[in-house]
Design a protein around this ligand. Sequence first.
Ligand code: PHE
Length: 356
Amino acid sequence: MDDLRNKYLGQIRDASDEDALEQVRLAAVGKKGEVALQMRELGRMTPEERQEAGPRLNALKDEINSAIAARKAGLEDAALDERLRSEWLDVTLPARARRQGTIHPVSQVTEEVTAIFADMGFAVAEGPQIETDWYVFDALNIPGHHPARAEMDTFYMAESAGTDEAGNPFVMRTHTSPVQIRSMEKTGAPTRMICPGRVYRADYDQTHTPMFHQVEGMAIDRDISMANLKWCLEEFCRAFFDVDGIELRFRASHFPFTEPSAEVDIRCSWEGGTLKLGEGDDWLEILGSGMMHPKVLQAGGIDPEEWQGFAFGMGIDRIAMLKYGIPDLRAFFDSDLRWLKHYGFGALRAPTRHAG
Ligand code: PHE
């Protein structure tokens, strides 16, 4: 038995890799290994001999097994060390240009919009994309019978999605305006926020996709007026489009959640099939806006006798197309690598207003 012991412990020590070690294990303590053969001999022994040899064989088996386990752990550690040595990689090296990803125009423009409004003291808010119809409609002065609900082409969640505690069913938000209410609930007045995010409408053609992006803006204070709204939006457009002579047109409009309301168009020309901003006789709508309706302030828990606010909602995809001359909205969401390469922005070269 001592011979067996010395033979196998030696072989275990000398095994150079896990395969070799497995061979040793099979030869020693496998089902047909030498120790198993010895165990079979026990049947032929006298009871006295067996009582002596049995425990010794078992102890030998245990000893060999634990030597194998220890050697195995050592070999694994060595293999890992070797891998760490050979697969070493300098993560500070620049990426290979061929494989470089790009920043999607929507991400880029969201970043630019955020930076400009942050400079004007607006915080960035977020809200859920699956929202209750109370936040999307009722709280925004759009009651159940209001035609605006039908006009919105709302995606309703399946009935099995249930309701909130108050029994309001869930919808995909059709605009970012519900975040006005959520922000008022959270911060009270005075407050200033923007909320960029995804919105959903059951609409699909050349200029509409069922998912698109808006940025909501809201400012509430004791003496906010339409003049503040106008200044803010003009200031934003000047900074964002960065074109001399940008001209905006405020056109009277109607939204249930603002009074008075205005849509804002930007002057442009389409000569020769290319779009130019700040010249020509065409106007392109970029946003809806107005003074917050007293009922909306109330729904957000703010006293309209004491506070006023303005709000606006702007199409992010729309202003991205305008600024960067991208003709087709649907291509934004096709995940076509050639498109992304052409219209995307290099991660380190993207224009930005944030200080470095
Ligand atoms: N929510 C409106 C829309 O989606 C835009 C809007 C926002 C208008 C805020 C006025 C005030 O069309």
